[in-house]
Design a protein around this ligand. Structure first.
Ligand code: DLZ
Length: 162
């Protein structure tokens, strides 16, 4: 696969829209907290590096990835943000929980994108092991949180076309 050994988080800041006047919500699932904290750090740093004021980054913690949908909805309704970044990590165990939670949060966040006029970004890792998650949360394949922040800036800029 072309992306198998590539850091996926590299980007050209010159190509990103101006984010200095944007405001973001970040909803962070507390399951697999080691990973989701690393995702948060990646997202937060990327927003700051692109000129977002720290007072315009609002964090909300929720218990697990299943609760990201409700957390993102609350954020959209109460925090006056330009975009919401939902961060979670679902690791496959021995039961079908993985499939149910992954599908629920994917559908939930998609519904929010259709219902509200502000974008919600999917920053949820779905992996077969903790090691795969670490590789994608600041490890050899970059940081999915940073990628989610870049997507959030791009989508917030697009939504201003409305
Ligand atoms: C229950 C559960 C399981 C088994 N695995 C994960 C996981 O890998 N990642 C995650 O974010 N959350 C997990 N959860 C918790 C659910 O997302 C949810 O918090 C609970 O089912 C309560 O609704």
């Amino acid at each position: 696969m072309a992306t198998a050994h590539k850091n996926l988080s590299a980007y050209d800041p010159e190509q990103l829209p101006d984010a200095r006047n944007m405001r973001f919500g970040i909803v962070v699932a507390q399951w697999n907290k080691e990973i989701t904290e690393a995702l948060f750090e990646g997202a937060y740093k990327t927003l700051i590096d692109n000129g977002v004021d720290q007072k315009n980054i609002i964090r909300m913690d929720v218990p697990g990835s299943f609760e990201l949908t409700f957390g993102a909805k609350l954020m959209l309704e109460t925090a006056n943000v330009d975009a919401v970044i939902a961060l979670g990590c679902i690791i496959r165990g021995e039961t079908p929980h993985f499939e149910y939670i992954s599908q629920a949060v994917t559908h939930g966040l998609t519904e929010l994108n259709l219902k509200y006029d502000k974008p919600v970004i999917f920053g949820v890792l779905t992996t077969y092991s903790l090691e795969q998650a670490r590789d994608r949360a600041g490890g050899k394949y970059g940081n999915k949180g940073a990628e989610a922040a870049i997507a959030a800036i791009q989508m917030a800029d697009l939504s201003r076309l409305r």
